[in-house]
Design a protein around this ligand. Structure first.
Ligand code: ADP
Ligand code: ADP
Length: 229
C-alpha cells in the first residue's frame, strides 16, 4: 500500500468530522471518495496529504507514520512526494502558465532553464502548450485546471490528492481535466485520491469509497474494505 489511514478521527470543535476511518490505496490506483456534503471527504484528504493532523489514529505513507511528523517534515513530504489539486484558482495570478508549472521544481532546487523545459513539456502533455506565456486570468477555467494539473504532476509525485478538481467547471471542461488526470496518473504510476460529490467524475476511478457522517459507508474493494474491519 502506498498510503493508508488507520482509524483516523478529527473534530473541529465539539462535533466530529471523521469518526474512525481506515482505508488504503495501492500504488497506481485511482480512488474516488464520495458522499454527501459535510461527510468528511475534504478532511480525510487533508489528513492523508499531511495538511491536517488527526486527533486519533494513524496515517502511513509507504508503511511509515507521517501523522506524527512536524510541520516542516510534512511540508517537505508534500513537496517531494505528493501533488495537490484543489477546486479552482490556485495558480499564481502574476505568473504565466509555464512559470506557474516550473515553480515547484525551482522550489525543489532545479535550475530555471531545466525547470522551464520540464514545465513546457508538461503543458504539452496536457494539451495546453499554446498557453505557456498566458496569465491565469487570460485562460478559461478548464485551461487553468489543466495548468494546475501540470503543476501538481511536474515533480513526479507518488500520490496526487484532488479535491473536487472539476467542481468549478462545466461538464465538458471537467471531463477534459479528468481524462488528462487519469491518463497522466496511469502513465507515471501515480496513485490518485479524488474527492468528489459528482458520480460522473467518480466513474473515472478504479474504485469508489463512500463516506457518510464521518464514517466509511462502503468500499467497493473487497480486500482493503475488510482489512481493518
Ligand atoms: P466534505 O468535504 O465531505 O464536504 P468536510 O471534510 O469539508 O466535508 O467537512 C466535514 C465536517 O467538518 C462538516 O460538518 C464541516 O462543516 C466541518 N468542517 C470542515 N472544516 C472545518 C473547519 N475548518 N472548521 C470547522 N468545521 C469544519
Ligand atoms: P469543501 O467541502 O470542498 O472543503 P467547504 O466549503 O466545505 O468546501 O470548505 C471550504 C473551507 O472552509 C475549507 O477550508 C474548510 O475546512 C472550511 N470549512 C468548512 N466547513 C466549515 C465550518 N463549519 N466552519 C469553519 N470552516 C469550515
Amino acid at each position: 500500500m502506498i498510503i493508508e489511514t488507520r482509524a483516523v478521527t478529527k473534530s473541529y470543535g465539539p462535533s466530529p468530522a471523521l469518526r474512525g476511518v481506515s482505508l488504503a490505496l495501492r500504488q497506481g490506483e485511482i480512488v474516488a471518495v464520495t458522499g454527501p456534503s459535510g461527510c468528511g471527504k475534504s478532511t480525510l484528504l487533508h489528513l492523508m496529504a499531511g495538511i491536517l493532523r488527526p486527533d486519533g489514529g494513524e496515517v502511513l505513507y509507504r508503511g511509515a507514520r507521517i501523522d506524527d511528523l512536524g510541520e516542516a517534515r510534512r511540508s517537505l513530504l508534500r513537496r517531494t512526494d505528493f501533488g495537490v489539486l484543489f477546486q479552482f484558482g490556485q495558480l499564481v495570478a502574476e505568473l504565466p502558465a509555464v512559470e506557474n508549472v516550473a515553480l515547484p521544481l525551482m522550489l525543489g532546487g532545479t535550475g530555471r532553464r531545466q525547470a522551464t523545459a520540464q514545465a513546457a513539456d508538461w503543458l504539452d502533455r496536457l494539451g495546453v502548450a499554446e498557453l505557456a506565456k498566458q496569465l491565469p486570468g487570460e485562460m478559461s477555467g478548464g485551461q487553468q485546471q489543466r495548468v494546475a494539473l501540470a503543476r501538481a504532476l511536474v515533480t513526479g509525485p507518488k500520490v496526487l490528492f484532488a479535491d473536487e478538481p472539476t467542481g468549478a467547471l462545466d461538464t465538458l471542461a471537467g471531463e477534459m481535466v479528468m481524462g488528462h488526470m487519469v491518463r497522466a496518473a496511469r502513465t507515471q504510476g501515480t496513485s490518485v485520491m479524488l474527492v468528489t460529490h459528482d458520480a460522473t467524475v467518480a466513474a473515472y476511478a478504479d474504485r469508489e469509497i463512500r463516506l457518510r457522517d464521518g464514517m466509511l459507508e462502503s468500499d467497493d474493494d473487497a480486500l482493503t474494505g475488510s482489512a481493518w474491519g
